[in-house]
Design a protein around this ligand. Structure first.
Ligand code: 5GP
Ligand code: ZN
Length: 116
């Protein structure tokens, strides 16, 4: 189930290039185009869900797989010991810009109390 107008569906399809860091049958992780930390990776389900609520209610197992891949990404970038942050914006007040659910993995520097 993919959305032809969705930027991240186009990245999944390979129609828009990305720097992939990890991939499973149902999950893709790729570097953010405008990184806000040394490690800034986006982890997404390949199928299109608009936000965390849609994903976790429709397919909790897939939501869990996305989180496991996020942890693997932190491991691979050497951020597990130093610490890292997982962030998912949902809706306008949170500043969600791409309406294909994605988890930001931040690491590689002290992140402060919040990352705006
Ligand atoms: P949001 O604000 O929706 O949580 O975050 C969207 C993120 O997607 C932003 O951090 C932005 O830099 C990133 N982004 C937007 N367009 C592209 C793109 O074409 N490729 C990649 N790799 N990241 C993108
Ligand atoms: Zn999509």
């Amino acid at each position: 189930m993919n959305d032809s107008d969705c930027l991240f569906c186009k990245i999944v399809a390979g129609d828009i290039p990305s720097t992939k860091v990890r991939e499973t049958e149902r999950v893709l992780a790729f570097r953010d185009l405008n990184p806000k930390a040394p490690t800034h990776v986006l982890v997404i389900p390949k199928d299109h869900y608009a936000n965390v609520a849609e994903l976790s209610r429709a397919d909790p197992a897939l939501a869990g797989e996305v989180l496991a891949v996020a942890a693997d990404v932190a491991d691979a970038d050497g951020a597990t010991e130093s610490g890292w942050r997982l962030l998912a914006n949902s809706g306008a007040n949170a500043g969600q810009e791409v309406f294909h659910v994605h988890f930001h993995v931040f690491g590689g520097k002290p992140l402060g109390p919040m990352l705006a």
